[in-house]
Design a protein around this ligand. Structure first.
Ligand SMILES: Nc1ncnc2c1ncn2[C@@H]1O[C@H](COP(=O)(O)OP(=O)(O)OP(=O)(O)O)[C@@H](O)[C@H]1O
Length: 739
């Protein structure tokens, strides 16, 4: 199998200066693949695999990643990551220029976004689309006609929780990460759609993107507050000569941007929480990159955040990874730009092993998974086709038998059988997706890999009395008929009560006057429904004898007195018609009384409920007030903490400045001292030289004298001594003469 080791590829994209930046001066200068960033204190120069200037086109950026995408169709995993500060152009690069206008999202964040229909058409301007849609188009183009199945899924990581963007727009079902020997790291219960056309895939991309959390921030009107990963999985349908199936994953990640705390304090609590979790996960990503960029022997903290855990495969093993770091050239963002470049510098040093991915066609786990899925899909389809009202126990029994049968043959499957299993799986998935699209079922679980068949498709509608009576056996089903009637009556009463409440301008949920927690305006209230007319009871079914009538009456809890009365009447009038008339009369009376009682008890119950609800709402309001107060206090505390931190930092900065000043002074003094010393040393040196010169001269003189002395002969010495002696003699002579 092909295997190689390569560097993580890093490209930088500089976006143009925008109106929102409110400045014109830039701090970023480009020269081919080198970037220079300058401010008053720094000047950083760094080179990368590729640098895209502010007037680079989407097409140029796509051309750079195209090779990686093409590798996916040959079995090589590929991950493309967009990283950068908020508003630097990550979403623009990954999704495209026209994306926001084609896929409008609200300018401000709100909790429950109302889904609007997405048109199943391609984006209009294909030259402006970003890496994700371009990759989809290209991938489908190059795999056209090949025996492959393409699956896609779309998730977001928001506040350290994973949510399915295609299945869970309300973010109420967080998903968890799992790891398996053969499948690697994956998100459990994440919906995987089989896609046959690029159009379908882009439709899903658009659909999911509308469920992403966005918020208006200071530097971006449409800031993404979650990390998103659009994943495409390609699996070969036909095994190669070695009996292996091709399988490769493509992860396209648009990370949320790092952001600084707004000192003006305009951030709400949710925004601060989002910012903290985004910054924390990006810090962990930085730590992981640093650990991988080192010698690779230390601990890599993948598990410290959901993002790094999910990208574990992509960052270390078996994936071609391309990082696109986006920066803004404006001088006001120089600090953020330097941080992004620092991250990109570290990423450059990461080495990843890349190899072709294949899985044995007869791999037990794959076969078992396919079979489980086929069973599940079949059961869902049959439930759907039969309107979900079939006997589920019978179906389960059939499925169990099928399961047993499949278990027996799992071990002996041939490659052809596995291939046909894959085909069947694909066909069933597509059939179900089509049904779901047409809105024929309400069960959302069937796109979820390996999820359990749901029995929720069974209808809970209460049939009308007419339906029940006509379908029931008159001799045996009186009790169930009555129960249905009771239920029906209750429903009617509730409906009437609700209509009455709404017509009075009250909320049908909490019964309080609007505005309340559920409705802010009277216009929003559901329209009052025309009160349901009470349908009279059907005639009593024919009974063979009086005993049965009494039995039926017992069932309906008739009082002892009425029973006696009835038995007396039956004794007196010994014909069935008379009995039934008496019965009808009795039932009418009984019904009226019962209804009166029920209404009374309902009224009492309702007033109790209202009192209880009011009390509950009061308590909830109180609780909310307390929570709000607490939040405000927390927020204030946070702000004070932040202020203290800032003060502390300012103090530290001052101290550092002072320290630098002192050091500067000391340095200057030291320099002048050194200069003086050097001058003195020079003088000393000169003196020494002079002294040495003199000494040398003396030595020369002495040597010449010595040489002269050596040249004087012995004769000369004798002559000299004679001369001395003579002089001495003459002197003694003259002295004697004188005396
Ligand atoms: N290369 C570019 N050319 C023109 N406009 C761009 C470019 N890159 C980004 N923009 C514009 O800058 C703004 C911010 O871009 P974008 O939303 O992609 O930033 P982001 O990094 O995804 O921000 P966040 O992290 O807050 O989501 C958008 O209005 C976008 O149209």
């Amino acid at each position: 199998m092909e295997e190689s080791s390569e560097h993580l590829k890093v490209a930088i994209r500089v976006r143009p200066i925008l109106e929102i930046d409110k400045v014109q001066d830039t701090a970023v200068y480009l020269n081919e693949n080198t970037i220079q960033v300058t401010d008053s204190t720094h000047m950083v120069t760094s080179s990368y695999d590729c640098v895209f200037s502010s007037d680079s086109t989407q097409q140029q950026v796509f051309e750079y990643v195209k090779k990686g995408i093409e590798g996916v169709s040959r079995g090589f995993n590929c991950t493309i990551l967009a990283y950068g500060q908020t508003g630097s152009g990550k979403t623009y690069t990954m999704f495209g220029a026209e994306w926001e206008s084609n896929n409008p999202a609200p300018q401000v964040y709100y909790q429950n976004r109302i889904p609007r229909p997405v048109k199943k058409t391609l984006p209009i301007n294909t030259s402006k689309i970003g890496i994700i849609p371009s990759s989809i188009l290209h991938l489908f183009q190059i795999t056209k006609g090949k025996p492959l199945t393409i699956y896609c899924s779309f998730l977001q990581i928001y506040n350290e929780k994973i949510f399915d963007l295609l299945q869970n727009p309300n973010r109420d079902k967080p998903l968890s990460i799992r790891e398996e020997r053969d499948n690697g790291i994956f998100v459990e219960n994440l919906a995987e759609y089989v896609v046959e056309k690029a159009e379908d895939c882009i439709f899903l991309l658009k659909q999911g993107d509308r469920n992403r959390v966005v918020r208006q921030t200071r530097f971006n009107h449409h800031s993404s507050r979650s990390h998103t990963i659009f994943q495409i999985l390609i699996e070969g349908d036909k095994a190669n000569k070695r009996g292996a199936l091709k399988r490769a994953k493509m992860n396209l990640c648009d990370l949320a941007g790092s952001e600084k705390f707004d000192k003006e304090g305009s951030m709400v609590k949710d925004h601060i929480q989002e910012m903290n979790s985004i910054n924390k996960s990006l810090t962990t990503l930085g730590k992981v990159i640093s650990a991988l960029a080192g010698n690779g022997t230390g601990h890599v903290p993948y598990r410290e955040s959901k993002l790094t855990r999910l990208l574990q495969d992509s960052l270390a093993v078996n994936t071609r990874t391309i990082l696109i770091a986006t920066i803004s050239p404006a001088s006001i963002y120089v600090e953020e730009t330097l941080n992004t470049l620092k991250f990109a510098d570290r990423a450059k040093q990461v080495m990843v092993k890349v190899k072709k991915n294949e899985i044995s066609a007869t791999n037990d786990q794959l076969v078992a998974k396919l079979q489980r899925e086929i069973q599940h899909l079949k059961s869902l389809l049959s439930l759907n086709r039969k309107g979900g009202l079939q006997d589920i126990s019978q179906q389960l029994l059939a499925l169990k038998e099928e399961n047993e049968r499949l278990k027996k043959i799992t071990k002996n499957l041939t490659i052809e059988e596995v291939e046909s299993l894959k085909q069947e799986n694909k066909r069933l998935r597509i059939e179900l997706q089509n049904i779901k699209e047409k809105g024929e079922t309400t069960d959302d679980s069937f796109f979820v890999t390996e999820s359990k068949p749901s029995s929720s498709t069974k209808s809970t509608k209460v049939p009308s009395a007419r339906e029940v009576i006509s379908s029931s056996d008159p001799g045996s089903n009186v009790q169930s008929t009555l129960e249905m009637w009771k239920k029906r009556e209750m429903e009617e009463a509730v409906q009437n009560m609700k209509s009455k409440i709404t017509s009075e301008g009250r909320c049908p949920v909490c019964t309080l006057k609007v505005p309340c927690k559920h409705y802010s305006k009277i216009d929003e209230l559901p329209r009052p429904i025309t009160p349901v007319r009470n349908v009279s009871l059907p005639p009593c079914p024919k009974r063979p004898n009086n005993e049965n009538i009494i039995k039926d009456l017992d069932i309906r809890n008739v009082s002892l007195e009425s029973t006696k009365k009835l038995s007396f009447r039956t004794r007196m009038k010994n014909s069935y018609n008379e009995e039934s008339a008496a019965m009808a009369e009795f039932r009418e009376e009984e019904k009226r009384r019962k209804k009166l009682k029920e209404t009374e008890s309902k009224l009492i119950k309702l007033s109790k409920i209202e009192a209880y609800r009011e009390e509950k709402i009061r308590r909830e309001m109180q609780k909310l007030e307390e929570e709000k107060q607490k939040e405000e206090e927390d927020f204030l505390r946070e702000q004070i903490k932040e202020m203290n931190r800032r003060k502390y930092l300012e103090n530290q900065k001052k101290k550092l400045d002072e320290f630098a000043r002192i050091k500067d002074h000391e340095m200057r003094e030291l320099k002048s001292k050194i200069k003086k010393d050097q001058e003195e040393q020079k003088i000393q040196e000169m003196k020494k030289q002079k002294y040495l010169e003199e000494q040398r001269k003396k030595i020369v003189e002495y040597q010449s004298k010595k040489r002269m002395l050596e040249e004087v002969t012995m004769d000369q010495i004798d002559e000299l001594t004679k001369e001395v002696l003579l002089r001495q003699k003459s002197s003694t002579k003259s002295s004697a003469e004188l005396s």
